[in-house]
Design a protein around this ligand. Structure first.
Ligand SMILES: [Zn+2]
Length: 289
């Protein structure tokens, strides 16, 4: 179904506040943020690694075993101590890879909001039944369920990241993470960047709520915006919020006028010829007609 391209890509981003390359000895070095994007067969899902002087926090944990193994290697190469892995929402492509991460970093806490943990407990068997026929041994047969996070913050050295949950994105229980010193927002699947958004699980009404979520994130005026999935060459900036918002509005303006799944896909692709992973659009279109 998917091209088995063993590509995983990453980009490192850093908010530079001054031209001074030598941080003052009494000031902690700025945090660094790295986006690691899966292969197409792993739905180009993003993991975000934030590193301080010694420690690191990871947001989302990949889907396939091979993409998770590549992520493990990237984290090991940083030589940082991975303290925490946070999962943004209940979709399998964001947490099935935890198995490989837990093996490599047994001391890292694996956490999600209580509602996300409850969703995963409810859904993981169905998710496995959905994906195992397609991926076989390429995904875990025994997914790890995160522990419930106490509170709504993550800590990395001297900094606190704020989590906002209960948001409509590509499912109802999405969350995003705000990293103040970088003015960065890690969106989970409230935002997509250069790939077709996963619309199959939302109604037109819910997609209006999804647009409201995007407006809330845009109001933070973020300097860095990490989508849940992306084209590996796309920039992690606020243009992705406009892209997702525009796509959802266009999608629902065309849906009532389309005559078939094929007609709907043709109309969407005419407006968005460069988005990747057309299988995502196809699945949603086939379900709608
Ligand atoms: Zn996803």
């Amino acid at each position: 179904m998917f091209l088995a391209i063993g590509l995983i890509s990453s980009s490192t981003l850093q908010a530079c506040k001054s031209d001074d390359n030598d941080p003052k000895p009494h000031e902690p070095a700025p945090l660094q943020l790295q986006v690691i994007t899966a292969s197409p067969e792993g739905f180009q899902v993003n993991s975000t690694l934030i590193t301080g002087e010694k420690d690191a926090v990871l947001i989302d944990a990949q889907f396939t075993i091979s993409d998770a193994d590549k992520l493990v290697k990237i984290i090991q190469d940083t030589k940082k101590n991975l303290t925490t892995i946070y999962i943004t929402h209940s979709h399998a492509d964001h947490y099935f890879g935890l198995v490989q991460l837990k093996k490599a970093f047994p001391n890292a806490k694996i956490v999600a909001l209580a509602a996300t943990v409850a969703d995963i407990q409810k859904k993981w068997k169905d998710q496995l039944a959905q994906w195992q026929p397609l991926f076989g041994d390429g995904i875990t047969a025994n997914p790890i369920i995160p522990d419930v996070l106490t509170g709504t913050t993550l800590t990395l050295e001297n900094e606190t990241f704020q989590i906002t949950g209960g948001l409509q994105g590509d499912e109802a229980g999405n969350s995003y993470v705000w990293i103040p010193s970088l003015k960065a927002v890690v969106c989970g699947d409230t935002n997509y960047n250069g790939v077709f958004p996963w619309t199959i699980e939302t109604t037109p009404e819910q997609r209006k709520g999804w647009i409201s979520t995007i407006n809330t994130i845009a109001a933070l005026k973020p300097a860095l915006v990490v989508a849940g999935h992306k084209n590996p060459t796309a920039k992690d900036d606020a243009a992705s919020l406009d892209l997702t918002k525009g796509y959802l509005a266009f999608y629902d303006s065309v849906l009532p006028t389309a005559t078939s799944s094929a007609d709907f896909q043709t109309k969407i692709k005419a407006q968005y010829p460069n988005l990747q992973l057309p299988i995502i659009l196809q699945l949603a279109a086939d379900a709608a007609f």
